[in-house]
Design a protein around this ligand. Structure first.
Ligand code: ARG
Length: 463
């Protein structure tokens, strides 16, 4: 092998260049090029710190700074010459910098290793995506709040086991998702706060003998502080796992709402219409409007969870400190983050555009003996029956209504009194769905008055 097939960054102790297959398994540039902006940001902070501490001259640092700006503009313009033989984004950027500015570029790697470099770049990247997901979730919550506000007192069936259970309000149902996505927001905020420490300056694994200023680079990159242990700094990816776990939980929530949209938009339910903008047609059945976006959102958790499991599997049992296994972290996290962000945007759009069919919701709310619990509660409250007995009497009344093919409010008083003689005309007051939801005023309950309070609380929180 000739000199020029050896790696220019680490080829000194090698007599031969790598086998083509070695290059194929080793190179990460095909995917880690996405870290370019973070890599350049990290290098700029590192160079500024090296100058401030007198490790580099100001003129070298200035040449590096300007060179890195050029490199970034080449990457943004799509003219950057990515080279597989340079393995990864770190060495590609550094080599290009050398071509642009010469010798000072070769001083940039002083007091630094690719190990702390990649840990820093990746933290910056994940932090950016946490911020993007936070914005996406906030927009989705706003869309849900708008739906909830419009239909705070619209009555719909509440389900358990997907069987009609008790009437609830549309606003209450929307607000249930606001709570879920709100916890997703706080999970991301927790992960962000914990991960916001800077690995840069840990060098390969043991720190460095150069008089570096880790507080300065940490501050420069928007971290709260430098990481306190150099071995830990280069070798943990728990921050990525926390992001993936939070993303997986959020995707699970998205999939549940997506499933409801699929069910609700069917001809059998007709609770909602998903806008044309988020549905597709069939190439054979002209009448079809398929909820593809919702179906895909139902499925996307699979990818994110797969990425989570993959990264756990990579990290499990790895000895300290850095091992090349960790290069397998990126594609998983990149794909999961892309999936989450497009999913949040699609759900936000769908919810924003969604038309709830108030009449269908209210019709469905009144069917399926949905106010049976209200009837049982009335027997307890007005006739002093023990709840278990009231439950039994109500069950008998439901059976009687079913036999007549009517709903509870249509059952004649005599038929009711035949089951329990104490029942009076007043019972009909609790059998209507509006009264039913209005009565559920306990904290967290479905009564419109409570729902409106929660909408106001969230509007204050989310702005
Ligand atoms: N491309 C590598 C990664 O993503 C960068 C760190 C390589 N470090 C090393 N000592 N080979 O993990």
């Amino acid at each position: 092998m000739t000199e020029n097939t050896r790696n220019t960054m680490w080829g000194g102790r090698f007599a031969e260049g790598p086998d083509a297959v070695m290059q194929a398994i080793n190179a990460s540039i095909a995917f880690d090029r996405r870290l370019a902006p973070q890599d350049i940001r990290g290098s700029r902070a590192h160079a500024a710190m090296l100058a401030a501490t007198g490790i580099l001259t100001d003129s070298d640092a200035e040449a590096i700074r300007e060179g890195l700006i050029t490199v970034l503009s080449e990457i943004e313009a799509g003219t950057f010459p990515f080279r597989t033989e340079l393995e990864d984004i770190h060495m590609n950027v550094e080599a290009r910098l050398g071509e642009l500015i010469g010798e000072p570029a070769r001083r940039l790697h002083t007091a630094r290793s690719r190990n702390d470099q990649v840990a820093t770049d990746f933290r910056l990247w994940v932090r950016d995506r946490i911020d993007a997901a936070t914005a996406g979730l906030t927009a989705l919550i706003r869309a849900l709040l708008a739906q909830a506000g419009a239909g705070a007192d619209w009555v719909m069936p509440g389900f358990t086991h997907l069987q009609t259970a008790q009437p609830v309000t549309w606003g209450h149902h929307m607000m249930a998702y606001v709570e879920m996505f709100g916890r997703d927001l706080s999970r991301l905020a927790d992960a962000r706060a914990r991960m916001n420490e800077c690995p840069l300056g840990a060098a390969a694994l043991a720190g460095t003998s150069f008089p570096i200023d880790r507080e300065m680079t940490a501050r420069e990159l928007g971290f709260d502080r430098p990481m306190a242990n150099s071995l830990d700094a280069v070798s943990d990816r728990d921050f990525a796992l926390e992001f993936l776990a939070a993303a997986a939980i959020c995707a699970m929530h998205l999939s549940r709402l997506a499933e409801e949209l699929v069910i609700w938009s069917s001809a059998q339910f007709r609770f909602v219409t998903i806008s044309d903008r988020f549905t597709t047609g069939s190439s054979i059945m002209p009448q079809k409007k398929n909820p593809d976006a919702a179906e895909l959102l139902r499925a996307k958790l699979g990818r994110i969870l797969g990425a989570t499991v993959a990264l756990f599997t990579v990290m499990k049992g790895l000895p300290l400190a850095y091992s090349k296994d960790m290069q397998e972290d990126k594609e998983q996290v990149f794909d999961a983050a892309d999936t989450l962000l497009v999913g949040l945007a699609a759900m936000e759009g769908m919810v924003r555009d969604l038309t709830a069919n108030r009449a269908a919701l209210e019709r469905a709310a009144a069917s399926g003996f949905s106010t049976a619990t209200d009837l049982a509660d009335w027997l307890v409250r007005e006739l002093g029956l023990p709840f278990r007995e009231a439950h039994h009497v109500t069950g008998t009344l439901v059976r009687a209504a079913e036999a007549r093919g009517c709903d509870l409010p249509d059952l004649p008083l005599e038929a009711m009194q035949a089951v329990h003689p104490g029942i009076t005309e007043a019972v009909y007051g609790v059998l209507g769905v509006r009264n039913s939801v209005a009565s559920r005023t306990s904290y967290g309950g479905t009564a419109p008055v409570r729902v409106r309070e929660q909408i106001a609380r969230w509007k204050e929180r989310i702005g």
